[in-house]
Design a protein around this ligand. Structure first.
Ligand code: CAA
Length: 258
């Protein structure tokens, strides 16, 4: 399938989606978000794919929602069509692991898009911010909800109230970013991580994702209950039999994603 605002490629069991509106630093307009949702759901249902990477350019992962488009909107436009939630939150429905590989700016909706992914790997030139306050709006794609869960209330307030940018080192120290790589090596390193994940038993990887994401949506006792049931469900898979047999027999496991 060909798209106007994103590029897609597949390397082995890893799908790579590159945001591609370089003239506006990958500002996230409706067309891009629709295409991103469509590509994600295609890869999610593709049996040959085990992990998905979302990335941008060296200068910008994404500089936020498209301000030029939003500048024309009134309350009626955004409320009536539930602006932001409609074609953004679908990303959370993807059941396979999704990694954000962030180089350059991840601002506003760009930072929020990265936070919708399951983990964030950053280049050493990455910059994160929720600068919406400077435009007279608050973050509208999860910044006020996911940021405090990722980095603490004090730091989320600091970022969303001042709009200041943090670099990769500060983002990693705060817990927003999992790992930092030299920018020239970002994609090589993230593809290797994605391959490692894609080579894991897929059903188990999906259960890890579901269980960890549920930690952000529920109480500890309900989360523990879900974890226990998914843990039990692992014992119904062929890959649990194979993984444990391979360990006992001191050989490499051959997973069949079943
Ligand atoms: N929307 C639309 N266009 C954007 C954009 C955005 N978010 N960010 C950058 N652009 C455009 C610029 O208008 C410019 O276009 P022209 O060449 O036609 O003038 C082009 O991209 C290059 O940008 P700059 O010339 O500004 O590049 P720079 O290197 O000087 O600065 C920057 C880079 C600091 C990222 C700056 O572009 C900037 O501050 N961008 C806006 C960041 C922002 O406020 N993001 C939040 C948006 S609101 C939001 O996301 C709401 C939400 O919660 C979902």
């Amino acid at each position: 399938m060909s798209y106007n605002t994103i590029l897609t490629e597949v390397e082995g069991k890893v799908a790579i989606i590159t945001l591609n509106r370089p003239q506006v630093l990958n500002a996230l307009n409706d067309e891009l978000m629709n295409e991103l949702s469509s590509a994600l759901s295609g890869f999610d249902t593709d049996e040959n794919i085990g992990c998905i990477i979302i990335t941008g350019s060296e200068k910008a992962f994404a500089a936020g929602a498209d301000i030029a488009a939003m500048a024309k909107y009134g309350f009626d436009d955004v409320y009536r069509r539930d602006f932001i939630s409609r074609n953004w939150e679908g990303i959370r429905k993807v059941r396979k692991p999704v990694i954000a590989a962030v180089s350059g700016y991840a601002l506003g909706g760009g930072c929020e898009l990265a936070m919708m992914c399951d983990t964030i790997m950053a280049a050493d030139n990455a910059k994160f911010a929720q600068p919406e306050i400077k435009l007279g709006i608050i973050p509208g794609a999860g910044g006020t909800q996911r940021l405090p869960r990722a980095i603490s209330k004090a730091k989320a307030m600091d970022l969303a109230l001042t709009g200041r940018m943090i670099d990769a080192v500060e983002a990693e120290r705060a817990g927003l970013v999992a790992r930092i790589f030299p920018h020239a090596e970002l994609m090589t390193e993230v593809k290797a991580i994605a391959k490692t994940i894609a080579d894991m038993p897929l059903l188990t990887a999906m259960m890890v994702k579901e269980a960890i994401n549920t930690a952000y949506e529920t109480t500890l006792s309900e989360g523990m209950h879900l974890e226990r049931r998914l843990f039990h469900a692992c014992f119904a898979t062929n890959d649990q039999k194979e993984g444990m047999a391979a360990f006992v027999e001191k050989r490499s496991a051959k997973f069949t994603n079943s």
